[in-house]
Write a protein of this length. Structure first.
Length: 358
């Protein structure tokens, strides 16, 4: 008894010490993801990742039987008796204690399956991922239900996307749902449903109003699966996100040009698309804003800085880019005036130079 109490005190002390140490670049449960940065395939905090390696437990969660075969039989009896929580714990204890045994793959798959049955989707997805990473080759070629596991993960991801789009207090996080779709695609990149999963990653980010991340997902679909019929929708969704980014940063010339380029590409690719008319209206609005920005740029050098040469160059560029703009006649008139002023200035400078030499 004293030994058990001592072990309990030691466990509490270790837990307190662990809580006092800040996590750095940690994933789920403090897991560190190597190289987890903004430009990596998965985010640093990847909540859809498989759990850390399961190791033997020394106190709670230990198996009740002495062999993996007996523990598996016990777990199956509990499951047959509809004691779902106890069965899942028994399966999980087997994996923790005898992870390299012949019974471990079946037990691990059962852990994930019961989580899914109980609609604990985040845990189910991660346990399925653990199975794929640890046991997908167990027992020889053809024995792993790889396709069925990925199909289960895909179903979970779409269920979570539906919850996310529905919103509310219990809605999952955007990053969790997007990460689920990334894992599904990484697990089965050649699956016929892979393009739809990439598109759904973008939908998750768009629902969460994470526009740059949504753009990357949509344009990844276009580059990775160019033959997919979903590419057209991807371009229009990317154009929508780029339009929103441009509206949020109205003075950012690069955002404007990027949005204009993708909108034009979308309309050119599918002029009969249901969003083609809206895209064309946005193109017109962006061109009008682009014209106004170019006009203001030239006016700045002309009226504020009073640099005729720089203003003349800006006005000429304006006429090359926007020859039919409403401001074009005024710009041509101002160009003619500035050209005369520059010639007079140059001749005056030349005359002054000659008089000084004489």
């Amino acid at each position: 008894m004293k030994g058990l109490i001592s072990q309990l005190f030691r466990a509490v002390a270790l837990a307190a010490f662990a809580a006092s140490v800040p996590a750095i670049a940690a994933g789920p449960g403090g897991r560190t993801v190597p190289g987890g940065g903004a430009d990596t395939h998965f985010q640093a905090r990847d909540r859809a990742a498989a759990p850390d390696a399961k190791e033997p437990r020394w106190l709670f969660g230990r198996p009740r039987e002495n062999t993996p075969a007996a523990q598996l039989s016990r777990a199956k009896r509990l499951e047959k008796g509809r004691h779902w929580g106890s069965a899942r714990s028994a399966y999980d204890a087997l994996v923790h204690n005898w992870g390299a045994s012949a019974e471990a793959p079946e037990a691990q798959l059962s852990v994930a399956r019961i989580y899914e049955r109980d609609r604990e989707f985040e845990d189910a997805f991660r346990e399925y991922q653990y199975y794929l990473e640890r046991y997908s080759s167990a027992g020889g070629v053809g024995t792993c239900p790889y396709g069925l596991v990925v199909s289960s993960q895909r179903g979970i991801a779409f269920e979570m996307l539906s919850l996310l789009e529905r919103g509310g207090f219990w809605a999952p996080s955007t990053e969790l749902v997007a990460s689920m779709f990334r894992h599904v695609v990484a697990n089965a990149p050649d699956d016929p449903d892979a393009p739809r999963c990439v598109l759904s990653e973008g939908r998750a980010y768009e629902t969460g109003r994470k526009w740059p991340e949504a753009v990357r997902a949509y344009e990844k679909l276009a580059s990775k699966y160019p033959a997919s019929p979903l590419v057209t929708d991807a371009w229009y969704r990317s154009a929508n996100c780029r339009w929103i980014l441009s509206e949020k940063r109205p003075n950012d010339r690069r955002e404007l040009e990027n949005a204009l380029e993708v909108l034009r590409l979308a309309v050119r690719t599918a002029p009969d698309h249901r969003e083609a008319r809206l895209a064309s209206e946005r193109i017109a609005a962006l061109v009008a804003r682009q014209t106004r920005m170019a006009w203001q740029h030239a006016e700045f050098y002309d009226r504020v800085r009073r640099k005729p040469e720089a203003a003349l160059a800006a006005y000429r560029e304006f006429l090359v880019r926007f020859p039919t703009a409403a401001e074009a006649p005024l710009v041509r008139e101002r160009v003619a005036q500035l050209e005369r002023e520059v010639r007079v200035s140059d001749s005056s400078a030349g005359g002054s130079g000659r008089e000084a030499a004489e």
